[in-house]
Ligand binder design. Structure first.
Ligand code: GDP
Ligand code: ZN
Length: 338
C-alpha cells in the first residue's frame, strides 16, 4: 500500500502529448501528468488550469479537475466530411488573442473570414498578422491590409517580418504580460519563425517535435505553451490546412456585421437575400455599397452553419440560432423606432 501523502496542486497545462500532459504548478515546478478517469469525456488542452494530485514529487501526477475555461478554441476535425461525422477538435483553452497569420503567397480573404469566425467563436480576440513583409512590396502589402480590414471591421492588422523585425514591437504591445496568444495559419506561413523572433531564441529545438509528412514538409506535432521574455505566453499549433468552421450564428454575425446591419432593412425578417422583394442586401450589392463576394461568403458560411447544426448537437445549435434570430429581430425594431 502506498503510504505517501497525496499532494494536490493547481497547475497550468503547458504541453500536450498523445496521452501525457505537462503541467506547471503555481510555484513553477513542472510535472508530467495523466488524465484522471473522470476526465475521459473532456481531456485537458494547452492553457487549461487544472487541479492535479501526486504522491511524491517525482511520480506522475493525475489531473483530477479542469477549471472553467475563459475561452476555448475548437475546430472541426479535418478530413472527416465523407464519413458524415462532425468531431470537435479542441485546440487550446484560456487564450486571449488569436493571431491569424497570412503571407502574400497564401493570402485569401475568404479563408481569413473563416479564421475570424473561428477566433470570435472561441472567445479570443483576433489580431491579423501579415507575415514575411520583407518579401512583399509596400504596394501589395497595403492592398493586403485594406483587404483584410474590409472583412474584419476594426480588427487590428499588423504586418511583420521575422527577418527584419518589422512589426514585432507592435505585436509585443498587444501581447501584454500574463496574456496568452495562439498563432493560427497555414503550414509555411512563418508561425515558428514569428514565435522564435518574439522569444528571441530558437524554440524549435526545445519545444517542437518535428516530423515529416508524406510530401517532405515538416509538421509541428506537439503543442506547447511558451513563455515570452516579458511574461506573455504563446501556443504553437499545427497548420490549419483544412480549416472548417465550427461556430454558431452569433459569431457569424460578428464577422458579418456589415451584412447584418444592411439586412435589418430587408422587408421580410426571414429574408434569405435571394429574390425577395424589398431586400436591402441585394439592393446594396446592386448599388455597389456591399461587395457581391461578401454576400456569397455570408451565404456559404450560413449554409455551413446550418449543416453543422444538423450534424452536431442539434438542440444546442438550434437554441443558439433562435437566440441569434431574436437579436436580429431586436435590431430591426431599434431601426424602425429611430
Ligand atoms: P510555419 O510552418 O508556419 O511554422 O513556417 P516557418 O516559420 O517554418 O517558415 C516557413 C519558411 O518561411 C521558412 O523557410 C522561413 O525561413 C521562412 N520565413 C518565415 N518568416 C519569414 C519572414 O518574415 N521573412 C522571410 N523572408 N522568410 C520567412
Ligand atoms: Zn434581404
Amino acid at each position: 500500500m502506498n503510504t505517501q501523502p497525496v499532494v494536490s496542486v493547481r497547475a497550468r497545462v503547458i504541453a500536450v502529448h498523445k496521452t501525457r500532459w505537462e503541467i506547471q504548478a503555481d510555484d513553477g515546478t513542472t510535472l508530467e501528468a495523466i488524465a484522471g478517469r473522470d476526465l475521459e469525456q473532456d481531456l485537458p488542452v494547452v492553457g487549461d488550469w487544472v487541479t492535479a494530485t501526486c504522491h511524491e514529487v517525482d511520480t506522475i501526477a493525475r489531473i483530477t479537475t479542469i477549471e472553467p475555461r475563459r475561452s476555448f478554441l475548437v475546430r472541426k476535425r479535418p478530413g472527416d466530411v465523407e464519413h458524415d461525422a462532425v468531431v470537435e477538435q479542441p485546440i487550446a483553452a484560456n487564450i486571449d488573442f488569436a493571431l491569424l497569420t497570412m503571407a502574400d503567397d497564401d493570402f485569401n480573404v475568404r479563408r481569413l473570414e473563416r479564421y475570424l469566425t473561428l477566433a470570435w467563436d472561441s472567445g479570443a480576440t483576433p489580431v491579423i498578422v501579415l507575415t514575411k513583409a520583407d518579401l512583399t512590396s509596400p504596394e501589395v502589402l497595403e492592398l493586403m491590409v485594406s483587404d483584410a480590414q474590409s472583412v474584419s471591421l476594426g480588427i487590428q492588422t499588423i504586418t511583420t517580418s521575422s527577418v527584419t523585425g518589422q512589426g514585432l514591437a507592435e505585436l509585443r504591445e498587444v501581447l501584454v504580460p500574463g496574456s496568452c496568444a495562439i498563432v493560427l495559419g497555414s503550414s509555411g506561413v512563418g508561425k515558428s519563425s514569428l514565435l522564435n523572433a518574439l522569444a528571441g531564441t530558437d524554440l524549435q529545438t526545445v519545444s517542437h517535435v518535428r516530423q515529416f509528412d508524406g510530401k517532405g514538409r515538416h509538421t509541428t506535432t506537439s503543442r506547447r505553451l511558451v513563455e515570452l521574455p516579458w511574461g506573455a505566453y504563446l501556443v504553437d499549433t499545427p497548420g490549419l490546412r483544412e480549416l472548417q468552421i465550427w461556430g454558431d450564428e452569433q459569431s457569424l454575425s460578428h464577422s458579418f456585421a456589415d451584412v447584418q446591419a444592411i439586412a435589418a432593412d430587408c422587408r421580410f425578417s426571414d429574408c434569405t437575400h435571394n429574390t425577395e422583394p424589398g431586400c436591402a442586401v441585394q439592393e446594396a450589392v446592386s448599388q455597389g455599397t456591399l461587395p457581391a463576394e461578401r454576400l456569397d461568403s455570408w451565404r456559404r458560411l450560413d449554409r455551413e452553419l446550418a449543416y453543422l447544426a444538423r450534424k452536431t448537437d442539434g438542440a444546442a445549435a438550434r437554441a443558439e440560432r433562435q437566440r441569434w434570430k431574436a437579436i436580429a429581430k431586436q435590431q430591426r425594431a431599434i431601426k424602425r423606432d429611430r
